[in-house]
Ligand binder design. Structure first.
Ligand code: NAD
Length: 491
């Protein structure tokens, strides 16, 4: 049976792409192809920009209090459709239904925070900066903005940016990951019902060629990107060369430090959820656990047990705790990286390669894997695996652990497990990462905080979510006004 090729959404209508190339989209739990995604050419990006640019003048002059009515509608529709949206995430991305529901919940939270636009768009005002002169700032939208998304959160990551861009009065183009384009199709259906005028939100499917067309299009003012570091760096440079604003979130290798005074049961459970949740395909997944002193003894055994006992299977089954990785290529890459680590001296105390998962024999599975004795200088210690693989390293002091954490190229997240406030305070201050967790395994900022990132994990200055997003999606106009007192008239 031939698979349907997904349409683009432009100017308020679904349009078949004229792309000459397309890719298959897979259900990673079954290995089955479920759709085809077009690799849209530059001409279709141009059409989307045209539609968004045409919608911009009216949308930007629509009062913010009216614009957010569409966001309220969208929130209600997403709440009503949360099960269907979660199912779509699980089918194309592989994560469990519980993880997928949590993902959509996070997307909804961003719609809620963006609905604070009337107050968050307020400017500043100084009366009498000199006699009869006032000075003020106004926040105005930029124009057409776009986001380029990764595969691991198809229902959430566009919402780190899009609701804020829209609330600020911009018009928008979403380019989903070509590996998980289905959930965004459903979300666009809801956006269409929510009352946004035609052309305010547009969707273009595709991969590199489509991204390049977005980066080079003179009609696009700002780019938000989330994905691997190599592509983040490329997108940041190419967008900047075209005079665009850009915020680009990259890859990660997140350390978790376990002190001897950490609470063992909680530390193990939370670390296992962080390392193996979403099959390790979270940019905030723990991928290195660094034990200090005595913690090595209890933590190593406990985390190995937690890894070995995790229930792996099709995420649509409620009892499953971990689903597949995204693709056959990803599975092969993870297995090769584990093999290289072992050849370079790591000890696989739980080896999850090439498992047989009953009922999912053609799926893309790697079971939880724990590699002990990673040395600081070993290649794997600084390499993002993006799979359910946790490396263990053991050091003598908190200072050693912080030095270990800071050695790597990435700076997305670092976490500490301890019952000491002083240790927590030192860690928070000295660790070079954008998101810090203390007795937390996935330090994902709520929608009313920025989603941070540092070093090779982020290129730019303003992050997604919350106030940062309002700043990113607006330009500040400064106005100085003179109204001499002697011009006052008596009426
Ligand atoms: P990816 O870099 O392969 O793809 C991301 C996007 O870039 C996709 O839309 C893709 O079409 C496009 N793209 C890919 N190659 C390109 C190229 N050569 N030129 C132009 N565009 C290109 O990333 P992925 O595999 O989809 O996602 C996983 C990565 O994303 C991991 O590295 C993960 O750490 C990272 N990530 C980071 C965060 C964060 O907040 N820092 C969040 C989620 C995921």
């Amino acid at each position: 049976m031939s698979l349907a090729t997904l349409p683009n959404y432009c100017g308020g209508a679904w349009r078949p792409s004229q792309a000459t190339q397309s890719l298959e989209v897979f259900n990673p739990a079954t290995g089955e192809a479920i759709a085809r995604v077009p690799l849209s050419p530059a001409a279709e990006v141009d059409q989307a920009v045209g539609a968004a640019a045409a919608a911009f003048p009216d949308w930007r002059r629509t009062p913010a209090a009216d614009r957010i009515q569409c966001l309220f509608n969208l929130k209600r529709l997403m709440e009503e459709q949360i099960e269907n949206l979660a199912r779509s995430v699980t089918v194309e991305c592989g994560k469990t239904l519980a993880e997928a529901r949590a993902e959509i919940r996070r997307a909804i939270e961003n719609v809620e925070v963006a609905s604070g636009a009337p107050i968050l768009l307020q400017g500043d005002f100084s009366e009498d900066i000199a006699a009869g002169i006032d000075e003020l700032t106004i926040r105005q939208p930029l124009g057409v903005c776009a986001c380029i998304c990764p595969f691991n959160f198809p229902g959430m990551i566009p919402f780190w940016f899009m609701p804020y861009a829209l609330a600020c009065g911009n018009t928008y183009i979403v380019k989903p990951s070509e590996r998980v384009p289905l959930t965004m199709q459903r979300l666009i259906e809801l956006i269409a019902q929510a009352g946004f005028p035609k052309g305010v939100v547009n969707l273009v499917n595709g991969a590199k060629e489509t991204v390049d067309a977005l980066l080079d299009h003179p009609g696009i003012r700002a780019i938000s990107f989330v994905g691997s570091t190599a592509v983040a760096r490329y997108v940041y440079a190419r967008a900047a060369a075209q005079g665009k604003r850009a915020q680009c979130q990259g890859g990660a290798k997140n350390p978790i430090v376990v002190l001897p005074d950490a609470e063992p049961e909680m530390t193990t459970r939370i670390t296992a959820d962080s390392a193996f949740g979403c099959a390790g395909q979270r940019c905030l997944a723990a991928s290195l656990a660094v034990t200090v002193g005595e913690a090595r003894r209890w933590f190593t055994e406990a985390i190995a047990d937690a890894a070995a006992s995790r229930v792996v299977g099709n995420g649509l089954e409620e009892s499953v705790q971990m689903g597949p990785v995204i693709s056959a290529q990803s599975m092969a890459r993870i297995e090769q990286l584990v093999e290289r680590g072992v050849q370079q001296g790591a000890r696989p105390i739980v080896d999850g390669r090439r498992p047989t998962i009953r009922g999912c024999e053609r799926g893309f599975f790697v079971r939880p894997t724990v590699l002990d004795d990673l040395a600081p200088e070993q290649e794997l210690t600084g390499t993002e695996i993006f799979g359910p693989v946790l490396g263990l390293a053991h050091v003598a002091t908190l200072d050693d652990a912080i030095a270990f954490a800071n050695r790597g190229p990435y700076g997305n997240m670092a976490c500490l497990f301890t019952s000491s406030g002083a240790s927590a305070r030192k860690f928070r201050c000295e660790v070079e990462a954008g998101n810090i967790g203390i007795n937390i395994g996935v330090a994902a900022p709520m929608a009313y905080f920025p989603f941070s990132g540092a070093k090779e994990s982020f290129f730019g200055d303003l992050h997604g979510q919350a106030r940062h997003a309002f700043e990113f999606f607006t330009q500040t106009k400064v106005v100085i006004e003179r109204w001499p007192r002697e011009w006052s008239r008596e009426f």
